[in-house]
Each structure stands twice: as structure tokens, then as C-alpha cells.
Design a protein around this ligand. Structure first.
Ligand code: SF4
Length: 227
């Protein structure tokens, strides 16, 4: 019709899969009942620890998270939600999908933005008091907290401060690996639930800063390749 925009206004999800490919949802208090072995067990979750870089819903830029959050793991090496069925771009747990997925409407983001970063589940909401790994999780948080990635990046780019920064990060990365090793040795913890209990290994988290690692009998050595 003359004078009227021909641009189609989206009114429902057309299952393009774009949102789900950007990563699984963060879990909220309202999703607590979904976390159970055989459904959203610890082996399909990943902890994003405070300070790690992550994208908030509908944001293009990753930013340091202010509060720990628990997400559904990706598939293989990418963040695409593991419940996204690639062939049909449909959700394998659609009827029981988490709150953020139910509220996410890319054409009307107000509802999902209203809960972003609020009433989030964290590990201590989910790990039972008698879980033998709880002590190691606390130890890990005390000794291997995620460093300030913005400040670390600044120091790495400074020629005069780089060596000290690398040394500091190297100690942290090796301690992180050592605690994970304890969990494997004492409790046989496999990689999938390890991502929930301890989050991603620090050396992976540091990769966007331009850090690579080599492994030897003495542990991991960090190199700075430039961001
Ligand atoms: S749970 Fe389902 S709707 Fe939510 S991100 Fe994963 S595939 Fe998409």
C-alpha cells in the first residue's frame, strides 16, 4: 500500500536458531527444578565464574560477568546450545526449556532483558552440602579466582609489565590444573561435570587475551602472542 512500510514485523519465533547458536541460557532461580540428573545434570552445565567474559542476551560484545552464572553447555568446541537440533533448528527440551529461553523474543527483548543478570543460580545453590567436591570447589575459588581480564590485558600489552603478569597468570593456571587433578584423582571427576564444578580451565579463559600454553613435565608455560 502506498506510504506504508513493506518491512515485515516479526511476531513470533521463526526458528532461525540464531539465539540458541549464541549460547545456552543462564539459569535462574525459577529453573532450579530443572537441574536434575538425566535432564539438566551437572554434566550438561558449565559455570561462568565472576570476571569471565560472556555475552548478555542480545548483546554483541562479551563483557566481564559481575556474578557467577550457570549455563547449558555448548556442543563440541562452540557455544551453540547442546539442545539445539541443528537440522531442524529446534529445541530438544522445548517443553521444559529454561526461563530465559521462554522469555527470549528477539523482536521484543524487554522481558528477557528485565531478568538478565538477576536471580541467577550459582554453584552453591546446586551443590549439596554433603557433596565431597564442595570443599575443593571452595578451595578453587579461594586460590584460583578468575583474574581481572581487562587489567590483565592492559598489563600484558605493556612491555615493562608483561613478564610479571605472565608469571602471575602462569602460577594461577597451574594451580587451577592442580585442583582439577585432585578432583580427578580423589573422585574420578570427568571433564563434563568438571565444567560445572570448576568452570572452564583458566588457560582457556585467558586465550582471548592472546595467551597460548605449552605443556611439559614441569606444568603449563604461558606465552603472550598478542591479542
Ligand atoms: S534450551 Fe532450547 S531454546 Fe534454550 S538455547 Fe537451548 S536449544 Fe535454544
Amino acid at each position: 500500500m502506498p506510504g506504508q512500510s513493506s518491512k515485515k514485523i516479526k511476531e513470533a519465533c521463526d526458528r532461525c536458531g540464531t539465539c540458541c547458536r549464541q549460547g545456552g541460557p543462564a539459569l535462574h532461580i525459577q529453573d532450579r527444578h530443572l537441574v536434575a540428573p538425566g535432564f539438566l545434570g551437572f554434566d550438561v552445565l558449565v559455570t561462568i565464574r565472576r570476571g569471565e567474559l560472556a555475552r548478555y542476551p542480545l548483546s554483541d560484545q562479551p563483557e566481564p560477568v559481575r556474578q557467577e552464572l550457570i549455563k547449558i553447555q555448548g556442543r563440541g568446541g562452540d557455544w551453540s546450545c547442546r539442545f539445539l537440533q541443528a537440522a531442524s533448528s529446534s529445541c530438544a527440551i522445548y517443553d521444559r526449556r529454561p526461563l530465559a529461553c521462554r522469555l527470549l523474543k528477539c523482536w521484543a527483548p524487554d522481558e528477557v532483558l528485565a531478568i538478565a543478570g538477576r536471580e541467577l543460580l550459582g554453584r552453591y545453590d546446586l551443590i549439596a552440602d554433603n557433596d565431597p567436591l564442595l570443599l575443593l570447589v571452595r578451595l578453587h575459588e579461594q586460590e584460583c579466582a578468575c583474574p581481572d581480564l581487562v587489567e590483565s590485558g592492559i598489563r600484558l600489552r605493556s612491555l615493562s609489565r608483561r613478564a610479571a603478569m605472565l608469571c602471575e597468570l602462569e602460577q594461577l593456571v597451574n594451580r587451577d590444573i592442580a585442583v582439577r587433578g585432585m578432583a580427578l584423582q580423589r573422585y574420578g571427576l570427568s571433564v563434563a561435570p568438571e565444567l560445572f564444578y570448576f568452570g572452564r580451565p583458566l588457560f582457556q579463559i585467558l586465550a582471548p587475551l592472546g595467551i597460548t600454553v605449552t605443556e611439559s613435565s614441569g606444568g603449563l608455560t604461558l606465552q603472550y602472542r598478542g591479542a
